[in-house]
Design a protein around this ligand. Structure first.
Ligand code: S3P
Length: 426
């Protein structure tokens, strides 16, 4: 349980947010497949990434930790049959990408996850992997799943939705197929897998929303420095945006184009956010993000290609929209219903308790901005990003907000409350 007590405080100072979750998962996985050692600096030390580490350790990969670095002894694409079920915990990325990896292995493995992950759809990766030649005990939508990998053939796959998890599972399996595997998406999803593959010596062919990869190529161990996670930063950015007088500098955050929709949208809403000192870390763009609070925000419409570019930031966006002038309409975002919670419903139910005016739609929500929120007893609903969204809403609310179940924040942002407090206690 976390408790936020208003009167409104301001956020000031400078902070580094934890490493990017998507990039950390991929660095661990590609490191495991590579030939030689991979060193990952500033990795995200959070539950979801440990799920990936634990699955790969069970598949025979040696992974050690030295301070803020992970060292991976790659197995040159050949993993070992696990002695027990693989456990992806709460992590959808672990489960779906791991299925892609397992599709290329010459053994049978069973993968499962926690209660929430067992309810999330898996058929979206089972279908293409089956087309490539992987065998599943039964083609169901839910974990646990038993997969037998083997000799894969390349496919050309048109994904029904923009999803980096589907795309990445197919590309990882494609590393084992004889020939070129191609994935086409309706809109571009985050491209960390493609960018990182090229740092490991495998050059994907990218054309618009289409990625191709040649199978049968070896990966070379690499050094990865993980940028700060914009999905974690988003909560602090919005916290500063909605508290007048705030001045916040977040250091070295990943601002890859496929991830920085939240910055573009906050600017469109009238927020004062600046990217400073932009540079490349490997193939990933990194910047310091400066935020000044207090600008009057305007409602916005968000849909289409923008959705995959800010899908994980919609909980933070919903808080900003609740305090904006006018209406915000979010559509084409039905994927939110199958995240760690049904985020359309959990956001509407929980933020309404705080006086927000939110109406659920099938594929999004309509938010009518209001001047002030009120403190309330709210629930994280087993979802790390809902917990953080409610905590920052509490900063802009009159009275006390108590978020129960907030321990779940450790899934992606251990130290979130300490970070927030360090910026408030000036
Ligand atoms: C992720 C992709 C996104 C995102 C998730 C992480 C990834 O999911 O919501 O938190 O690391 O590939 P989808 O690819 O299913 O949209």
């Amino acid at each position: 349980m976390i408790i936020i007590t208003s009167p409104q405080e301001i956020l000031t100072g400078e902070l580094s947010v934890p490493g990017d979750k998507s990039i950390t998962h991929r660095a661990i996985m590609l490191g495991a497949l590579a030939h030689g050692t991979t060193e990952i600096k500033r990795f995200l030390d959070a539950d979801d990434c440990w799920s990936t580490v634990n699955c790969l350790r069970a598949l025979g990969v040696k992974i050690s930790r030295k301070g803020n670095r992970l060292l991976i002894e790659g197995r040159n694409k050949k993993l070992l049959k696990p002695a027990a079920d693989l456990d992806a915990g709460n992590s959808g990325t672990t489960a779906r990408l791991m299925l892609g990896l397992l599709a290329g292995q010459d053994f049978q493995a069973r993968i499962t996850g926690d209660h929430s992950l067992q309810k999330r759809p898996m058929k979206r990766v089972v279908d293409p992997l089956e087309q490539m030649g992987a065998a599943f005990d039964e083609n169901t939508d839910n974990l646990p799943l038993t997969i037998r990998g083997g000799s894969l053939q390349p496919i050309v796959y048109k994904t029904p939705r923009a999803s980096a998890q589907i795309k990445s599972a197919i590309l990882l399996a494609g590393l084992y197929a004889q020939g070129q595997t191609i994935v086409k998406e309706p809109y571009q999803s985050r491209n960390h897998t493609e960018l990182m593959l090229s740092c490991f010596g495998v050059e994907p062919e990218v054309e618009g929303n289409q990625v191709g990869i040649k199978g049968g190529v070896a990966l070379k161990g690499s050094q990865v420095i993980v940028p700060g996670d914009i999905s974690a930063a988003a909560f602090l950015i919005v916290a500063a945006v909605i508290t007048p007088g705030s001045e916040l500098l977040l250091k070295e955050v990943g601002v890859n184009d496929t991830r920085k929709g939240i910055i573009e949208l906050l600017l469109k809403m009238g927020a004062h956010v600046e990217l400073q000192d932009e540079k490349l870390w490997g193939k990933e763009r990194v910047a310091d993000i400066f935020v000044q609070g207090g600008a009057r925000l305007k409602g916005v419409h968000v849909s289409g290609e923008m959705i995959p570019r800010l899908i994980d930031e919609i909980p933070a966006l919903a808080v900003a929209a609740s305090l904006a002038e006018g209406q915000t309409v979010i559509s084409d975002a039905s994927e939110l219903r199958v995240k760690e919670s049904d985020r359309i419903s959990t956001l509407a139910v929980q933020l309404k308790k705080m006086g927000a005016k939110i109406v659920e739609t099938a594929d999004g929500m309509i938010i009518e901005g209001t001047e002030k929120l009120k403190g309330a007893d709210v629930e994280a609903c087993g979802d790390h990003r809902i917990a953080m969204a409610l905590a920052i809403a509490g900063l802009a609310a009159q009275g006390e907000t108590a978020v129960s179940g907030a321990e779940v924040i450790n899934i992606s942002f251990p130290g979130f409350m300490q970070s927030l407090r360090s910026l408030l206690d000036k």
